[in-house]
Write a protein that binds this ligand. Structure first.
Ligand SMILES: O=C[C@H](O)[C@H](O)[C@H](O)COP(=O)(O)O
Length: 220
């Protein structure tokens, strides 16, 4: 799948215009995009990053990273996804970067999503839905999500059994066994639960363009 990811990322470079401040997502597909962006770094003004990990990669290439508060809205945001449905609605957050990704997606005029073919689904929910929660609300949020969706919340932990902590200092619940037939409704309902910071459903603000990596890449 890594070759498909690379091909999708290379295609996304076509959306980058001279002088742009480019929003940059997080993950293994985006890592290829950052490599490609490095080759044309003199053509862009700067970037806004969705995670400490991407910031490190960008700065490692000598690409400037700005605070979103200093840039205003962005013309372009490029990011990966864990699942993508035919309406370009997404599940994101497998890398725990969902909240900052959602903020940048909202701030961007065009959201180009880069995926390998395995990410395409008819109905979202096979990939466990990430929800970022304030630590003290973990148990409350888990109970309410179970009641609301019927899905099974699992507290995300690393291989040593320690909680995964987001760049914002919060925890992640992954909701298993969902079949999300009303993504906008579920996104809104989970967002209402006290202590939920954000849910990794990008339905109210879906991608504008989805690039599926392949020879040639498929642009949806
Ligand atoms: O939190 C992480 C992001 O939402 C990623 O964009 C998503 O998990 C896809 O990652 P990858 O490109 O590594 O499959």
């Amino acid at each position: 799948m890594s070759e498909s990811k690379r091909l999708a990322a290379e295609k996304a470079i076509e959306y980058v215009e001279d002088g742009m401040i480019v929003g940059v997502g997080t993950g293994s597909t985006v890592a290829y995009f950052i490599d490609a962006l490095a080759r044309i770094k003199d053509r862009i003004q700067a970037t806004v990053s969705s995670s400490e990990r991407s910031t490190e990669l960008l700065r490692g290439h000598g690409i400037e990273v700005l605070d979103l508060n200093a840039t205003g809205s962005l013309s372009l945001y490029v990011d990966g996804a864990d699942e993508c449905d035919p309406h370009k609605r997404l599940i994101k957050g497998g890398g725990a970067a969902l909240t900052r990704e959602k903020i940048i997606a909202e701030a961007s005029e065009k959201f180009v999503c880069i995926v390998d073919p395995s990410k395409r689904v008819d109905v979202l929910g096979k990939f466990p839905l990430p929800v970022e929660v304030i630590p003290m609300a973990r148990s409350l949020a888990a109970r309410q999500i179970l009641a609301l969706t019927g899905g099974q919340p699992v507290w995300r932990q690393n291989s040593e059994g320690a909680p995964v902590v987001t760049d914002n200092g919060n925890w992640v619940l992954d909701i298993h066994n969902l079949s999300i037939t009303d993504p906008v409704g579920i996104e809104q309902a989970i967002n209402q639960i006290p202590g939920v910071v954000s849910v990794g459903l990008f339905a109210r603000r879906p991608a504008d363009v989805v690039i599926v990596g392949g020879e040639p890449p498929l642009v949806l």
